[in-house]
Design a protein around this ligand. Structure first.
Ligand SMILES: NC(=O)c1ccc[n+]([C@@H]2O[C@H](COP(=O)([O-])OP(=O)(O)OC[C@H]3O[C@@H](n4cnc5c(N)ncnc54)[C@H](O)[C@@H]3O)[C@@H](O)[C@H]2O)c1
Ligand SMILES: [Zn+2]
Ligand SMILES: [Zn+2]
Length: 367
């Protein structure tokens, strides 16, 4: 069949909206008619080359839609099911899965991160030439073939745009707060970067009943959204932001600081805002060639912990289900995180809006 999709041919772009060929799903594969796809900064990291990904590819790794066909031997879903897509499905039986670290399961992810399906080929093509499946699910397309393991069945009440952003930003941000930050009621929390992931960390901190939640962003218009989603304070990232945050946290620093931008310099700087004995969670991803430096003697003497947080920091499939339930129960206002909707033809507008820092999360909506 013919599909409309967003492709990237080379580092630096441009991204292109074009018509491609999509082959039928084979063994263990599912054809999804996309309802919504989110725009995550990790897609932009592919465009800049900050994240190495195989090219050319169809971008996108936040998505939700309806199953319209299944290949042979598919048992997990059937046509008509509404699904959210998970870019780190787990095998349930490996060393990591046995230890409840499903987000670190290498078994299926290593394969899908090559951009190929299980048989080593792609279902997407342009004039007979294969195009890769970014993150295995290539959600910036009106239809896509995905591995059945990536499909998480949705409650009929969950809107596609909510499920799409739960599929990366929300699972990642809430996971960083709950599972890596291990936030307790009354804790002080600083979230550096109030984008889709950072604002989700704010929602996660609110869910954990943190006493003080300070959002930091260079875009002043983020104040309203940060407060709306649960922040108690907003600090504009100017030259004195660190001093202001230290002052707000009784001169000690915060129990938990979450960096949700992906800058080594900011990771180094904001370690200062962690109180002695507190935790820094790194969730923003810098370039694969960047290193973060810190004075180890200070780290030792202050008893601070630095933790990396990947995706949901737990079982991503289960997290998608739990977070959608929290949304339906009114405990997680994911709908208010979504501040812009575009059609696929206007994907560049949504990317540009993300780069200005003015939006919470932008989503592509399909007919
Ligand atoms: N760890 C994971 O598993 C995981 C998953 C998804 C995304 N990520 C990463 O998380 C990061 C954030 O992603 P996102 O989609 O929320 O991005 P985003 O573009 O939506 O948000 C980034 C925010 O940071 C702000 N910002 C940028 N530079 C700043 C600075 N110097 N000081 C203060 N504020 C600044 C922007 O105004 C914006 O609000 C990216 O690096 C992305 O790759 C990590
Ligand atoms: Zn993402
Ligand atoms: Zn596993």
């Amino acid at each position: 069949m013919q599909i409309t999709a967003v492709t990237l041919d080379r580092i630096g772009g441009p991204v292109q909206v074009e018509t491609l060929e999509l082959a039928d799903p084979l063994d263990g594969e599912v054809l999804v008619k996309m309802g919504a796809s989110g725009i995550c900064h990790s897609d932009q990291h592919v465009v800049t080359g900050q994240h190495a990904a195989g090219l050319p590819c169809v971008l996108g790794h936040e998505g939700a839609g309806e199953v319209v066909a299944v290949g042979p031997q598919v048992t997990a879903v059937k046509p008509g099911d509404r699904v959210a897509l998970n870019w780190v499905p787990s095998c349930k039986v490996c060393f990591f899965c046995e230890r409840d670290q499903h987000h670190l399961c290498p078994v299926i992810t290593q394969r899908i991160f090559t951009g190929y399906m299980a048989d080593g080929t792609s279902r997407i093509s342009r004039s007979g030439q294969p195009i890769l499946h970014y993150s295995g699910i290539s959600t910036w397309a009106d239809h896509m073939v995905v591995p059945e393991e990536c499909c998480q069945i949705l409650d009929p009440e969950v809107p596609y745009e909510v499920a799409a952003v739960v599929g990366c930003a929300v699972a990642t941000g809430v996971g960083a707060a709950l599972h890596c930050g291990d936030i307790s009621p009354g804790d002080s929390v600083v979230v550096v970067g109030a984008g889709g992931v950072g604002l989700s960390a704010v929602m996660g901190a609110a869910l954990a009943e943190a006493g003080q939640i300070i959002a930091v962003d260079r875009e002043p218009s983020k104040k309203h959204l940060s407060i709306d989603l649960g922040a108690t304070h907003f600090v504009e990232a100017d030259t004195d932001a660190l001093g202001k945050v230290i002052e707000l946290t009784a001169g000690r620093g915060a129990d938990v600081v979450i960096e949700a931008i992906g800058s080594s310099a900011l990771q180094e700087q904001w370690l200062e805002a962690v109180r002695p004995g507190g935790t820094m969670v790194l969730v923003g991803v810098p370039s694969i060639s960047d290193s973060t430096k810190f004075v180890s003697a200070n780290l030792i003497r202050s008893g601070k912990t630095i933790k990396g947080s990947y995706y949901a920091a737990t079982d991503p499939g289960q997290a998608i289900e739990d977070l959608c339930s929290a949304f339906l129960e009114g405990r997680l206002p994911v709908d208010r995180l979504i501040s812009k909707q575009v059609r696929i033809e206007d994907v560049q507008d949504a990317i540009d809006a993300m780069l200005t820092g003015s939006e919470g999360r932008s989503v592509i909506i399909y007919d």
